[in-house]
Write a protein that binds this ligand. Structure first.
Ligand code: M6R
Length: 614
């Protein structure tokens, strides 16, 4: 949801800004812009479209500036166009500001500023903020640093901002609240600012994650100064990044999505590395061990999440209830916030988020905290806002996921939730040691099985060729496979723009069956397990109405093969682990359909990777 970068140092920044914005483009790609101080003048270029359009817009101008800021936008206030693109300026056009977030009280601030003679050209909340800062600086005769701090005491909303002042080419001012911001500290008095570490990693590994309501000054002579919004000086906490450059590059694949799908044998392994004890047949998770009594005595688990992470939460519902016998409720974070949920003192809230920045999930966490709940985070991005806002947690360790459609993050989330369910089952004595050992061993074998599933790629591509021009698709699954049906449908709609619905297979006869005719592809997860026979009956019901069946089956299956139009075989595994294997061919199917339809799989229209607005 908007990516921001800033650089100040001894070298020209133009290439760094462009490269940094390209790395952050997954956060939004409605428009792009930059501002540098070139020959003592504020030079601003911005346009609707992607970073490549911005590059064309800058053309062959050689930019030698050693200070600059850049922005890639996911539109909130105002349509994506050149005027609404960031950076925005103050009245006198000498302060430029980039922003990720939403200023909720922008309308009242704007009205007051208009009364004080300010003029606005865009529809954005960001332009109001830069005018407000300028107004305070000029009327109170304070430094820009102080003006930013003072302005933010009156701002309601979320922000990560970088401010550049033409009259001070030696300084950038940054601040954040509820939107992420990282400062990289280079070896040569160079400073790097970005929404996440990916634009920084090739220059330095030393970073400071700014905390909420902190304002920082990066000055060529004075270095880094941080104050909180109450103007108390803060000591920067410098951390070393573990991220590797290769992890954020395409590595020979045509898209990040395809790379990330193929990374799953490794990402799943990484999400259980160091947690499985194969000899004893148990799972060790420090986030659970450290709060053992609380978990043992939990009366209920409430999962809050959005999108794909919510689907992982649904799988967790089956896992926790099945293995650990704890009742579970799975909530859309956005809905949880806007009712008056009942939370008990022995409830545990699990927040699941790949990015760790999703505003709805964060708001649900804050609400649950107010009600005194214990919050456990399952996040992928290390150091993210949600991972810091929770009381305890477990990282998924899937590595950076850059494709907007979540793939390896989903399977890693399910892997972590599976381990949590086993760890709890052991503590609560709800599974026999034999069953526990077998499940631990089965989890350990999954990376090899995923490698097998990936070999279906060409077959899936052929099936995609047949169905690529359909307008609708239905996904069916039962038990553990129901959330996978939802996830398969989400993948297809978000990257290929084909309307798709996921349903519990048995629910089909209560309505959706009316949609079935010879044009409706029905993708069914029909692996062996508790509900296999029932799903076979559902397939027959579809076939009786001339629907076309693409079935995900267990290897060697004959029954479904005899009735389906296409079958994709996956290795045999425990019912509870099928979601991790069966998600993969569905990811590949969506990928191929989208590519065949000419869609940009990494940056689907209207979407952004981290949704930092509510
Ligand atoms: O970063 P999060 O896991 O919190 O993101 C939640 C959703 O925004 C995300 O899963 C979204 O639905 C993806 N586009 C799914 O592919």
């Amino acid at each position: 949801m908007c990516g921001i970068v800033g650089f100040i140092g001894n070298e020209p920044v133009y290439e760094k800004i462009i490269k940094g914005l390209s790395r952050l483009e997954y956060r939004g790609y409605d428009s792009a812009g930059l501002a540098v101080i070139e020959n003592n003048e504020l030079l601003v270029r911005k346009c609707k479209g992607k970073v490549a359009d911005l590059q064309n817009n800058v053309g062959s101008q050689v930019l030698g500036s050693t200070i600059g800021i850049g922005h890639t936008r996911w539109a909130t206030h105002g349509v994506p166009n050149d005027v609404n693109a960031h950076p925005h300026f103050g009245e006198n056009k000498n302060i430029a500001l980039i922003h990720n977030g939403i200023i909720e009280n922008y309308a009242s601030l704007k009205e007051a500023l208009i009364g004080r003679g300010h003029h606005f050209v865009s529809e954005t909340d960001t332009e109001v903020l830069v005018h407000f800062i300028e107004d305070i600086r000029d009327s109170e005769q304070v430094s820009l640093f102080e003006a930013v701090r003072m302005a933010l005491t009156e701002v309601v909303g979320a922000y990560a901002i970088v401010v550049l002042d033409q009259s001070n080419p030696d300084e950038l001012i940054v601040a954040k609240k509820s939107s992420p911001l990282v400062i990289g500290i280079g070896s040569n008095d160079d400073y790097y600012i970005a929404s996440d570490a990916t634009p920084i990693i090739e220059y330095t590994k030393n970073v400071v994650y700014l905390n909420d309501e902190e304002v920082a000054k990066l000055n060529r002579r004075e270095g880094l100064t941080i104050v909180n919004i109450q103007n108390q000086k803060q000591t920067p906490y410098i951390q070393e990044l573990e991220l590797k450059l290769e992890a954020i590059e395409k590595g020979g694949y045509d898209s990040f999505m395809l790379k990330e799908i193929h990374e799953q044998p490794r990402s799943i392994q990484d999400s259980f590395r160091g947690r499985l004890n194969l000899k004893q047949g148990v799972v060790k998770m420090s986030g659970i061990d450290d709060h053992e009594e609380r978990w043992k005595n939990a009366g209920r688990i409430v999962v809050v999440a959005c999108g794909t992470s919510w689907h992982a939460g649904l799988v967790a519902e089956y896992l926790f209830e099945d293995f650990a016998r704890i009742p579970v409720e799975v909530e859309y974070a956005s809905e949880f916030r806007y009712r008056n949920p009942v939370l008990f003192t022995d409830d545990i809230v699990i927040a699941i988020s790949q990015s760790g920045e999703t505003a709805d999930t964060l708001a649900a966490i804050e609400l649950a905290k107010e009600k005194g709940a214990f919050i456990f985070g399952v996040c992928n991005v290390v150091g993210s806002t949600i991972s810091r806002a929770t009381h305890s947690g477990a990282y998924t360790h899937a590595g950076p996921e850059i494709g907007v459609a979540s793939t390896k993050a989903f399977t890693a989330q399910v892997t972590v939730l599976f381990q949590m369910a086993l760890a709890l089952a052991e503590k609560r004595g709800t599974l026999s040691s034999g069953r526990l050992s077998r499940l631990v061993a089965e989890l350990n074998s999954l990376p090899i099985k995923i490698t097998e599933v990936l070999k279906t790629n060409e077959q899936v591509e052929q099936i995609a060729q047949i169905y690529k021009n359909r307008s609708n698709a239905l996904y069916l699954g039962r038990g553990y496979s129901f959330p996978v049906a939802l996830e398969g449908a989400l993948k297809l709609k978000e990257i290929s723009y084909i309307h798709a619905e996921g349903y519990p297979a048995a629910e089909m006869k209560h309505g959706p069956i009316a949609l079935i005719d010879e044009n409706m592809p029905v993708i069914v997860i029909a692996t062996e397990g508790a509900s296999y026979e029932k799903v076979v009956s559902n397939i027959q019901e579809v076939k009786a109405r001339k629907g076309q069946i693409i079935a995900i089956v267990t290897e060697g299956d004959k029954t479904v093969k005899a009735m389906a139009d296409h079958v994709i075989e996956i290795p045999r595994t425990d019912d509870s682990l099928v979601p991790i294997l069966s998600a993969v061919p569905l990811q590949l199917f969506s990928y191929h359909v989208a590519i065949m339809r000419g869609c940009n799989v990494d940056q689907p229209r209207n979407l952004a990777k981290s949704v930092t607005v509510e």
